[in-house]
Ligand binder design. Structure first.
Ligand code: ZN
Length: 67
């Protein structure tokens, strides 16, 4: 089962927010609702969910599930 809701945790202020992920698009930039900082993916990650989310983005979930 693919999850479409990921809990993003801000690395700066630890604010958490549930974000709905699109199945077909990665989110590369997300503004923290707590402190306003712009979250960007860490090196090697395709989107902010892979870096800061409770679950990675749908394409990555599928990739991992297949192995
Ligand atoms: Zn923040």
């Amino acid at each position: 089962m693919t999850e479409y809701i990921s809990i993003l945790t801000c690395p700066a202020c630890r604010h958490q927010s549930a974000e709905i992920m699109r199945p077909d698009a990665c989110l590369h930039v997300c503004e923290c609702k707590g402190c306003g900082v712009l979250l960007r993916p860490k090196a090697g990650d395709c989107c902010v969910f892979c870096s800061y989310g409770s679950v990675p983005c749908p394409p990555v979930q599928e990739e991992r599930g297949r192995r």
